[in-house]
Write a protein that binds this ligand. Structure first.
Ligand code: SAM
Length: 238
């Protein structure tokens, strides 16, 4: 089922294959050529990744656990997951992002002896609406910002249908709406860049999860000066 209207999705794909790719590759990377705002977002986002890794590993070892990283970007989460022995299926709507993630994974996982139980993630260019299969855990970080709430419900339902045990989502909270639009409008695609960033209320996300039989078991909130993310870990109600 098409969750994001064709137009919007094409704009997002095109952005993350071009200027958005260049911009976010820098933010998610380690080089020094970032400005103050980008550096702050880099720090915020890496805290989100750390939080997710902690949520997952607190629950038990990841060795052999199947994880779907939906909208994997440059692989910031897929790579640490693989290092812990998870069987990762990583996908993104942007071919440029997937190629970069794969390149980084090769660099980090295939060299040295320190990654004894790491398995190369399986990388695929795919929008998350067309993902299929079953995974122990599904994670989708900082992607909901491209979905208006009317489409977010369908996206959340679809991701939940792929997950057996856990679903982890992060999103920009609505409470920071004006601040966020003003500050990071430049980071999002579209003719009117700012309006393309969709913020979500935790209550709306929770309602969407409950509707398909999932409840939130863990919550997190990551914030720096320019980065805000709510993190939720959901599990089946039954
Ligand atoms: N999850 C990664 C992370 O946290 O490092 C990347 C986050 S980045 C802000 C958002 C990513 O979502 C981009 O790589 C973009 O290409 C991807 N994306 C946006 N809409 C998508 C869709 N419908 N299906 C799959 N990926 C999508």
């Amino acid at each position: 089922a098409e969750v994001v209207g064709g137009g919007d999705k094409e704009v997002v794909r095109e952005y993350f294959n071009n200027s958005g790719f260049q911009r976010w590759k820098k933010i998610y990377g380690e080089t020094d050529d970032v400005n103050k705002v980008q550096l702050d977002i880099r720090i915020g986002h890496s805290k989100t990744v750390e939080n997710v890794m902690k949520m997952l590993t607190d629950d038990g070892p990841l060795d052999g656990v199947t994880v779907c990283d939906a909208g994997c970007g440059t692989g910031c989460l897929s790579i640490p997951l693989a290092k812990q022995g998870a069987i990762v299926s990583a996908s993104d709507i942007s071919a440029a992002m997937v190629a970069e993630a794969e390149k980084q994974a090769r660099e980090e996982l295939l060299q040295g002896q320190s990654n004894g139980n790491a398995v190369m993630p399986k990388f695929e260019v795919r929008d998350l609406e067309s993902l299929e299969g079953k995974y122990n855990t599904v994670v989708c970080l900082d992607v909901l910002i491209h979905y208006p709430q009317s489409n977010a419900d369908g996206m959340i339902a679809h991701l939940a249908s792929l997950a057996e045990k856990r679903l982890i989502l992060s999103f920009a909270p609505k409470t920071f709406y004006y601040n966020l639009l003003k500050r990071v409008g430049e980071l999002f695609p579209g003719p009117s860049k700012a309006t393309r960033a969709y913020l979500h209320s935790e209550a709306d996300v929770e309602r969407a999860l409950l509707k398909v039989g999932w409840r939130i078991r863990n919550r997190g909130f990551i914030t720096t000066q320019f980065y805000f993310a709510k993190l939720v870990e959901a599990v089946p109600v039954a």
